[in-house]
Design a protein around this ligand. Structure first.
Ligand code: KIV
Length: 280
């Protein structure tokens, strides 16, 4: 059986200066395409809440919903490392509850690691998970589960105090045993300082070009989520437009009788036909 990409391999990529392309996926066909396109690490992000389930924020998504999608992504892949995002309130209340929930992501979901938002205040939780054999990816900067605390989706770490706190958070995550961390929507220069300071990979989203890797949201980069386009997203394709055109053509063809044709239809042979016409 082929081995999935391990955290050892991901850490070695930083050492070799090999940039890491991470992408989200939420279902079986999406995950298959992402892996076939060569992505070594797939995040089943809690962005699921917004881009798949239609919520306004990531806050409402539950453990059960996350697990449902983690399982589908795992079934659609065999080489990629699958990171399961820990949803809001699955890890904040206490480290033991975090351990039980993170354990479910690996044991029931089939993920290889979990991601959780926060810095120094979650370091103890990271330590508990890692010492129980659960690899943890950290997440700093504009952590969307704290949108109500931040008062909106704003760039973080722009002040001296804010920047210093994020550097301390990054060091705390590394010391607690995290194997990598996402840096979201922070100044590029600050992301460079953090990337140089820690020995584990930094994966940026809206954090400039100096991170060890980048992550994008599948629906943003493919034009499948059209409510808004975050500034950090790059549209690599307009798949939403392709879908709409194809569906509109289907509607027209059904209405004017152009679909189905003989190719999509099934027929009985001549001998059975006379029997059939008697039934009419
Ligand atoms: O949920 C998610 O998709 C994420 C990425 C934006 C890093 O956390």
């Amino acid at each position: 059986m082929e081995q999935r990409v391990s955290i050892t391999k991901l850490k070695a990529m930083k050492k070799r200066g090999e940039r890491i392309a991470m992408l989200t996926a939420y279902d079986y066909p999406g995950a298959r395409l992402v892996e076939e396109a060569g992505v070594p690490i797939i995040l089943v992000g809690d962005s699921l809440a917004m881009v798949v389930l239609g919520y306004d924020t990531t806050i409402p998504v539950t453990m059960e919903e996350m697990l449902h999608h983690v399982k589908a992504v795992v079934r659609g892949t065999h080489r990629a490392h699958i990171v399961a995002d820990m949803p809001f309130m699955s890890f904040q209340a206490d480290p033991q509850e975090a351990l039980r929930n993170a354990g479910r992501m690996l044991k029931e979901g089939g993920a290889q690691s979990v991601k959780l938002e926060g810095g120094q205040h979650v370091a103890e939780t990271v330590r508990v998970l890692v010492s129980s054999g659960i690899p943890v990816m950290g997440h700093l900067g504009l952590t969307p589960q704290s949108v109500n605390q931040f008062g909106g989706y704003k760039v973080q770490g722009k002040t001296q105090a804010g920047a210093e706190k994020l550097v301390d958070d990054a060091v705390a995550l590394e010391q607690a045993g995290a194997y990598a961390m996402v840096l979201e929507t922070i100044p590029a220069q600050l992301a460079q300082v953090i990337t140089d300071k820690v020995s584990i990979p930094t994966i940026g989203i809206g954090a400039g070009p100096h991170c060890d890797g980048q992550v994008q949201v599948f629906h943003d980069m493919l034009g499948l989520f059209t409510d808004f386009v975050p500034r950090h997203a790059k549209r690599y394709a307009q798949v939403g437009e392709v879908v709409k055109q194809a569906v509109a053509q289907y509607v027209t063809e059904v209405q004017d009788g152009a679909f189905p044709t003989e190719r999509e239809s099934f027929y009985v042979d001549e001998s059975a036909l006379s029997e059939l016409t008697r039934l009419g």
